[in-house]
Design a protein around this ligand. Sequence first.
Ligand code: ADP
Length: 540
Amino acid sequence: MHTLPSTLARHVLEAAPDAMLLVDAAGMVRHANGQVSVLFGYTYEEIVGQRVEALLPERFRARHQAHRRHFHDNVRVRPMGAGLELFGRRRDGSEFPVEISLSPIAENGQLLVAAAIRDITEHKRVEAELIEARRAADAAREAADRASQGKSRFLATASHDLRQPLQTLALLNGALRRRLGSAVAGEVLAQQEQSIGAMSRLLNALLDISKLESGAIQPEPADFTVATLFEELRHEFATSAAAKGLKFDIEPCNDRAHCDPALVGQILRNLVSNAIKYTREGWVRLRCLHEGALIRIEVLDTGIGIPAGQLPHIYEEFFQVTEPSSRARDGYGLGLTIVQRLVRLLDLTLDVHSEVGRGSSFSFQLPAGAAQRVPQPVSATHAPAGSVRHDRARVLLVEDEPAVRDATRMLLEVEEYHVTAVGSLGEALQAARDAGSVDVLITDYHLRGESGLEVIGALRRVLGSSLRAVLMTGDTSSAVKGLPADLNLRVLSKPVDAEVLLQLLDTLLASSAAEAAHTHAAGRGAAHSLAIVSAPGSRR
Ligand code: ADP
């Protein structure tokens, strides 16, 4: 005898949004609501009294019987076939994906199973679309990443490979300028020098961007004295500010900040360089303000200002408010792009205020650093060597790029230095032994197989610890990390400007104890406070 659900139960089953079946222990359908007919295409009469397996694709029927028996032995509410893909079969033989939940019901002393069946075709379609969309997005992102990595690699390689010939050209140009007497030739070379300078600046900016894009630059936060950084900037920019008749005003600052000093320096170099570039008269000011636990560093100018409408665009690559007219451009619209990337890398916020005709201010806040340690006295081994006249000076040059080596040698020989030029530490040691004494060592930082610091260390062990040395590097921040304050060492940023190199050698060789002590006072306590010299207008 068939056991039918009560009237109330039937009403409940009819109201359910899912197809509902009542199935007995033998697998016979005892009741089906209207949704079953809608879903499977059978009338009530056709389905009731049939085995429930009639609603399944044939390939699942045998297995389903076994599952059904198992369910009756372990009765509880649960979804059916958890983790499996379930399918229903319509009267016309077509299949569709379903979700089924099972609940035991006791009816008139018999155990029935209520099965709620939901057609999940739409759900599956949306899910498949989502998976496809996600896959497409992943593929697009991977393609974009690959393209971006490819672009960065291309930029890095191209910039790096351009650097050597450009450096050679700059040095040769410097040498030639000093050889030629004629005014016309001098003018040609001066123009050429301007173009080389412009190319170098672009190359530097591209290299900076590619390094930042590739993630090669990782911040190394440390406590540092803001005034020391300001002093470096004074050294670097005093001449170019004075050449434009601008006052370069650096306010006293006793604060210490906690951040990566080399990267903060790179931000400030770009901002100060812009302030000088875009100011016709008045002043450029650097100052720091204590704001609670933070130190605000500001670069202010009385320059041409930036129209409010243009402010949102100044960080875009190659954006310039006005097109430069000069042939030897001193800007490419990359400085603030670099600043913005550095600011993001250091997790800082750049604040900009500008008024056309009145000036601009660029500022950011740094966490304050711990109070300063007592500076160490100058070590006796680093005392400055006695002064040497440069026209008799013996220079040992260590550079592994033959073209750059030859060009540097030629430049120095024009100035009557006695130059021994070699390509490695081994050759340098041999040359030092042969020569017996050397007045100044000039070495590249990145040599094949060894670093310029190793070269300096090894030669000082042979020639004495007060050997004057110049370290030339395109990567100032890593080169100076860990360097002790050293009166007889100068770090020269690449690309090396012929005039700057010659001037530096002059002062290094002529340096008296008093002058050296002054340099040291400005820079003691922090490794990066070594006298770092870069070409005027260089952004490194
Ligand atoms: P550029 O290399 O041309 O200086 P930047 O990316 O450094 O490029 O700056 C983008 C533009 O923002 C500049 O071309 C200039 O028009 C404007 N700008 C930047 N700094 C200043 C400033 N201190 N005063 C006026 N304009 C500025």
